[in-house]
Design a protein around this ligand. Structure first.
Ligand code: PMT
Length: 222
């Protein structure tokens, strides 16, 4: 049973991957399943919060009582996130947003050329969704990011906490077996300005309950 009552509080949560089109049949994406973000949305809703879940392309059912907004690419996710952030008290970025997108989306299927065995793809940087929300002067929600790292997990996560001006970052080592992308379980360290708390490997559904309580304690502390 959740110990903190989040009635009257509004959470906005991003989840899943983004999908960046190259042409009508191809895209760039990653292995995020949306499980972590959806579990957080369900846990916040069960604790009494109003929840807006901004979901990239995933095949998961919408948690009961949660308002879901489906998006495909990073720019659509940013638009939906900015709108939701205007109204929310807590913003949690669990989505694995593509850092880059193809510079151009070809109108027709890109053809391979017969005279070359090489090709190059021009990419441009996507907007940083969570950093833009954390940089707000007005209507800035308590802003929580995730850090998906494969090495120097704590060092890189602390760098992102500072660079993106976040209130909290949840670091996961995505190279670990049975953790991170598309797993039922995750093992994370919660980091804020005061230090880090390592949590044991747990089911994402259980971890989400614990994370929502930790976030609520920080966000709504008097
Ligand atoms: O979806 P699952 O299969 O359950 O897997 C869960 C997860 C591993 C995807 C999740 O726990 C996680 O770590 N999500 C963040 C993944 C990520 O892209 O991390 P990052 O270190 O690249 O980004 C740092 C933070 O900035 C994240 O909060 C991310 O949402 C945010 N970001 C990144 C780039 C961008 N353009 N906009 C962003 O908002």
């Amino acid at each position: 049973q959740p110990c903190s009552d989040l009635h009257g509080k509004h959470f906005a949560i991003t989840a899943g991957p983004t999908r960046e089109s190259l042409d009508p049949v191809r895209y760039l994406t990653n292995h995020s399943s949306g499980k972590m973000g959806f579990a957080l949305a369900a846990a916040a809703q069960r604790a009494g919060a109003e929840v807006t879940l901004i979901a990239g392309p995933v095949s998961l059912p919408t948690p009961p009582g949660v308002k879901r907004i489906d998006v495909v690419d990073a720019r659509q996710m940013q638009e939906a996130a900015e709108r939701a952030a205007d109204l929310c008290d807590v913003f949690i970025a669990a989505a694995a947003v593509a850092d880059f997108r193809p510079e151009r989306i070809a109108q027709e299927k890109i053809k391979k050329t017969d005279d070359s065995n090489r090709d190059t793809l021009a990419l441009v940087k996507n907007p940083d969704i969570v950093a833009a929300i954390a940089a707000r002067c007005e209507r800035r929600p308590f802003t929580v990011g995730f850090a998906a790292e494969t090495e120097k997990v704590l060092e890189h996560a602390k760098g992102k906490l500072a660079r993106k001006n976040l209130d909290m970052i949840i670091a996961n080592d995505v190279s670990e077996a049975d953790s991170g992308f598309n797993s039922e379980r995750n093992r994370v360290t919660v980091i804020d300005q005061t230090g880090g708390t390592e949590l044991p490997s747990s089911l994402k559904t259980e971890l989400a309950e614990q994370l929502i309580q930790m976030i609520a304690t920080q966000a709504f502390a008097q």
